[in-house]
Design a protein around this ligand. Structure first.
Ligand SMILES: [Mn+2]
Length: 290
């Protein structure tokens, strides 16, 4: 089990000084730094190499997350939207390989946040997503990238809400690079039992996002972390446990994640770093027993 954190914890926009975050992750003792893919289409080839070298020099594994926009939706019934999305993802896979990022996760099979003012045709969209995820999964396999489908709560997604639905989908896709990303925040809304969901995901689980029910850092709320840890050890989880706390209101992140109030007393960098370090120590002990 490797332990990481999502850079967005410190930010209110989906971008930042990624080299500084890699150095911060190393300094705090993390194994993994998760970055948003959002700014990466604009990176030069030279900068992508620099990012890769920076991670290597700091002993940090990079992972990436992304929420496709409505015009990148590969489950759309509009073929021109799908064509745009497929081209976007092909370029993404090329860039990830270049940066040495071996794992991309999120609601990659749909778009985010979903506009629920429009009608939803779940079966139709699922079939379209299945075909296109399979095609991209083969390309991801060639690039050495794992394509991790995140199961999202009902308010943020409608195709994969539970681990069981995720496993059924991934089994139908049947390409080894296509795996699952579970997130304790979403599981807390959708699953009967978090440990059972982890056992259900079993070998398909590649990444686990962690955070309390209100998205504070692990250890500052009431989720069943001991049971979650037992389940991870029962499936011999070798993937990445990435905490994904959101505690700051404001900006695009505050609006899209719906953080309407500051969830901690202090959000200065030192206080956030301190909470992250405590949560890392808690996670290594309770989940990884290291
Ligand atoms: Mn997540």
């Amino acid at each position: 089990m490797k332990f990481g954190i999502y850079f967005a914890y410190w930010e209110t926009e989906w971008r930042g000084d990624y080299k500084a975050y890699i150095e911060k992750a190393a300094k705090l003792g993390f194994d993994v730094m998760e970055l948003s893919y959002a700014p990466m289409p604009g990176y030069s080839e030279a900068y992508m190499q620099e990012l890769r070298a920076c991670a290597k020099a700091n002993g940090i594994t990079l992972t990436a997350g992304y929420g496709p926009t409505a015009d990148q939706n590969i489950s759309s019934s509009d073929p021109s939207v799908v064509a745009n999305g497929m081209a976007f993802f092909r370029e993404m896979l090329r860039r990830l390989e270049k940066m040495g990022i071996r794992s991309i996760g999120g609601g990659l099979y749909s778009y985010w946040p979903v506009d629920y003012s429009k009608p939803i045709d779940r079966e139709r969209d699922r079939a379209i997503a299945l075909k296109n995820v399979r095609e991209l999964g083969k390309e991801a396999l060639d690039r050495g990238v794992d394509f991790c489908l995140e199961c999202l709560n009902r308010y943020e997604g409608y195709l994969l809400n539970t681990a069981k639905e995720g496993v059924e989908f991934v089994q139908e896709v049947d390409v080894p690079s296509v795996k699952l990303l579970l997130d304790t925040f979403h599981m807390n809304i959708e699953e009967d039992s978090m440990p059972d969901a982890i056992l259900t995901a079993g070998p398909y689980l590649r990444r686990l996002h962690t955070g309390e029910a209100n998205r504070r850092v692990p250890g500052q709320g009431g989720l069943p972390w001991n049971d979650i840890g037992r389940a991870l050890r029962a499936i011999d989880f070798q993937g990445d446990v990435v905490m994904e706390p959101f505690v700051r209101a404001g900006g695009t992140i505050g609006r899209e994640i719906k953080v309407w109030r500051q969830l901690v007393d202090k959000v200065d960098e030192g206080s956030l770093d301190h909470d992250a370090l405590r949560a890392l120590q808690f996670s290594r002990f309770v989940l990884g027993r290291q």
